[in-house]
Design a protein around this ligand. Sequence first.
Ligand code: TXA
Ligand code: MG
Length: 339
Amino acid sequence: MHPPTPEMARAAAILESGGLVAFPTETVYGLGADAENPAAVAKIYAAKGRPQDHPVIVHVAPDADLSYWACDIPAEAHQLAAAFWPGPLTMILKRAPNIPAAVSGGQDTVGLRCPSHPVAIALLQAFKQGKGGVAAPSANKFGNVSPTTARHVHDEFDAGGALDLVLDGGQSQVGIESTIVDLSRLGTHGPVLLRPGHISAQAIAAVIDLLPAAPDAEAPRASGTLESHYAPHTPVAMQETAVLRATLAQLAASGRKVALIHYSELALPQASLRLPLEPEGFAHALYAALRTMDGAGADVILVEAPPKDGAWLGVNDRLRRAAHGSAGIVHGLLNKAPF
Ligand code: TXA
Ligand code: MG
């Protein structure tokens, strides 16, 4: 392991003294605090405006000792860590008694993930000599779109505010949050997919020979699974290509301002962004696109519905939540006078 750079040593010192450091990961940017310092973790909740009973993910360095953080660890957790860490997979395990309940919103579990972004790894290796855990939700206000650049983090939190440092690691490669798999009730419920992401249920099944199921009523709560989440301020509507063509024409005729996120050749409204018709590329660009279109001053952000097959599960999940509060918005715009 190399000695930490001066910037990384400073970031680690801030965390060790109970401060907040935003840092890049391969999925989205995180808002980090010392996971073993409840007062520091409380600052995350305050900065985000997030309810106290929502658990946060604990980020650990490569080769971290899982048994320090969790207990009753099934063999499958070690297999998944070996296969996917560092990488965009979070595992929910039974929390070890020495880990403060504050990081898991009082639940008896803990979410663990080792991110693969080199800046995140350098930070985790510098912090407590690689033995610490950095509690970090996405670095955005509660319910907002997750940040995929340092600029987005600055846009979410005013300068001189709650954050002590924002590390810049460029644009996050994956672009949507990690896959979350619950292994804390493996013996009774099998693995459960709490949040779809870049690592699919099938990829998990290929390693542990068990296909993660959809969440049941008793599954651990995850705020990323709230119906309305990851949402811009402008209403979002998702439509199939043919319907979308008609909607674009109708909204144009009625003088409405539309921001469009699409992949097909379409008649373009005032603002538009074209994303690749390929799940990895679409996910990579999605949150930045939602933020840009949110700034376009439009009446609605229209999104061309992506394909429905398995590889698009994570993208469709995030889009559905972004659009959740906007049901009927297109109909409403067409049936109300614009002025
Ligand atoms: O990709 C990611 O996971 C990003 C980066 C920063 O690592 N983090 C992230 O954190 O998305 P956040 O807090 O925005 O979402 C974490 C999700 C939440 O839905 C939370 O409820 C769930 O993980 N979670 C964390 N610990 C949990 C636990 N012990 N039991 C159930 N859900 C948990
Ligand atoms: Mg989040």
